[in-house]
Design a protein around this ligand. Structure first.
Ligand SMILES: [Zn+2]
Length: 88
């Protein structure tokens, strides 16, 4: 069981790699940043599509192998953007 201890929406000041799909999060894009406690502390950055997959629970497991969220991208609306503030 893991839980988020801190989540926030950030704007990329440089290019990042998405933890969900291993795609790029280009500089200037809004993305989701989360810190989880799961025995140890882990962090994740999610691109908009992976954030949607995550918040809507489209992926079957709350812990996903690197890159696994990509398989759910075709269920994400093309115009989805991350809201400025989110609560989980
Ligand atoms: Zn992604």
């Amino acid at each position: 069981m893991s839980w988020a201890i801190r989540t926030e929406i950030r704007k990329a000041r440089k290019d990042h790699v998405c933890s969900g799909c291993l795609g790029s999060i280009p500089k200037g894009t809004r993305y989701f940043f989360g810190v989880w406690a799961d025995g140890e502390i882990s962090t994740a950055k999610l691109c908009p599509k992976c954030h949607y997959v995550f918040k809507e629970g489209l992926f079957w497991d709350e812990c996903w192998p690197d890159g696994a969220l990509r398989e759910c991208h075709d269920q994400v609306p093309d115009d989805y953007v991350i809201p400025e503030k989110v609560r989980l």
